[in-house]
Design a protein around this ligand. Structure first.
Ligand SMILES: NC(=O)c1ccc[n+]([C@@H]2O[C@H](COP(=O)([O-])OP(=O)(O)OC[C@H]3O[C@@H](n4cnc5c(N)ncnc54)[C@H](O)[C@@H]3O)[C@@H](O)[C@H]2O)c1
Ligand SMILES: NC(=O)c1ccc[n+]([C@@H]2O[C@H](COP(=O)([O-])OP(=O)(O)OC[C@H]3O[C@@H](n4cnc5c(N)ncnc54)[C@H](O)[C@@H]3O)[C@@H](O)[C@H]2O)c1
Lengths: 201, 201
């Protein structure tokens, strides 16, 4: 097993490498990669040598090659289906975003409880009735879900997702969600992110 | 100066207390607050005693009183204006969200470069031309900005915001942004958050 801290750095390297590739950069030195990631170049070299020698002395690392290698180490080399619950402001923004597909994610299912939304299509995905959540998630074998419902609804929705076999949840609802041990959850709390930023002003 | 780790915990306590208040809970024990925040109750008591004795033995802490106190310690007891750059999927979702106002933030300005959007109103805010960014930010004395433009545009926009006197930036663009020392930046990288979640599946 690779140490969590190393894994954490690989995600940062991958993000920077994807940006470099978008700008057309073909090779990158451990110094340049280290600077952009705020990691010491010696740590970059150590991390990347762990997985095989990618770099050539004096030339640097091949950006595309490194992306492929890191994606495979991070289990990102195949498309992962996800279920979205709540097609409101945030839910619609995520369904409309083409970037998830290029990063290896497909929002395959979308649920809402508003009768005016159920049955409509949003960016190619049919909005389904949340009463069918358990059945549809098990039909499609989905393990990742996004919660974009109001705070008052989130605990109930999270419980149903866990019962339906979901193992990883990204939640935008700013409230603590008590999940079983085997369900990993990340809460993106935008207001708290802003509050943390302004505290240090 | 209060230690950063203590400050970090105060944000977590505040979030949980706000959820408890929303559910109508009036008092909370250090055990209950500790459980919800995944912090030892003894640490909760130590943190809260640092700022004055709020809790009464056997009764617990007054939720509303604690919220008020923590908000004032975290400089959140007055409304902070923010400028949004990019009124697309994410920008629109944030303008439409009433929760920022109750948390002490007002998206006072919104900029875009799309001529079809400039001049229109979105949730009560007029979308202004991004060419006026510097002038308008200094007119309104704004220090906080949100970047919701495409990745290719983000570095340039971030530079202009820093030049206009912005000191804190929340960015959704998944790319590193080189900011001067005195500009604090947080990047919410949704695809990487999802990738981190699924790695441990
Ligand atoms: N919009 C933002 O910028 C923003 C910022 C910070 C936090 N949030 C949080 O993100 C979450 C989503 O916010 P939003 O602005 O998209 O909200 P929204 O009200 O626009 O959308 C919520 C959607 O969820 C649906 N819904 C409600 N209960 C449901 C249930 N039980 N099952 C399925 N669908 C259900 C509603 O019909 C609606 O379509 C909220 O918890 C909010 O607090 C949003
Ligand atoms: N939508 C999502 O769920 C999502 C998920 C992950 C990351 N992101 C990132 O968030 C950012 C915003 O995404 P989005 O989906 O809202 O994009 P979008 O394309 O819907 O909106 C971008 C907006 O920015 C405007 N714009 C472009 N250049 C500008 C400039 N120089 N100044 C001012 N306005 C400018 C465009 O006219 C458009 O209105 C992007 O960087 C994207 O990669 C979005």
């Amino acid at each position: 097993r690779i140490a969590d801290q190393t894994i954490g750095r690989l995600f940062v390297y991958l993000r920077v490498l994807l940006c470099l590739a978008e700008e057309g950069v073909e090779t990158v030195s451990s110094e340049a990669l280290g600077d952009a990631c705020e990691v010491k170049p010696s740590v970059v070299r150590k991390d990347l040598s762990y997985f095989g020698g990618f770099g050539k002395r004096g030339v640097g690392y091949d950006v595309e090659g490194l992306i492929k290698e890191i994606r495979s180490i991070l289990n990102l080399d195949s498309v992962m289906k996800a279920a979205l619950v709540g097609v409101g402001n945030i839910g619609r923004a995520m369904l409309a975003y083409p970037g998830f597909k290029t990063e290896g994610f497909e929002l395959a299912l979308a649920f809402d409880k508003d009768p005016d939304k159920v049955g409509r299509k949003a960016d190619g995905v049919v909005i389904e009735d949340v009463t069918d959540l358990e059945q549809r998630i098990s039909d499609e074998g989905i393990k990742l879900a996004i919660i974009a419902v109001p705070v008052s609804e989130a605990p109930k929705v999270a419980q149903r997702l866990a019962d339906a076999g979901i193992k990883a949840i990204l939640s935008f609802a700013p409230c603590p969600l008590n999940m079983p041990e085997d369900v990993k959850i990340t809460c993106v709390d935008l207001a708290t992110e802003m509050a943390r930023l302004v505290y240090y002003l």
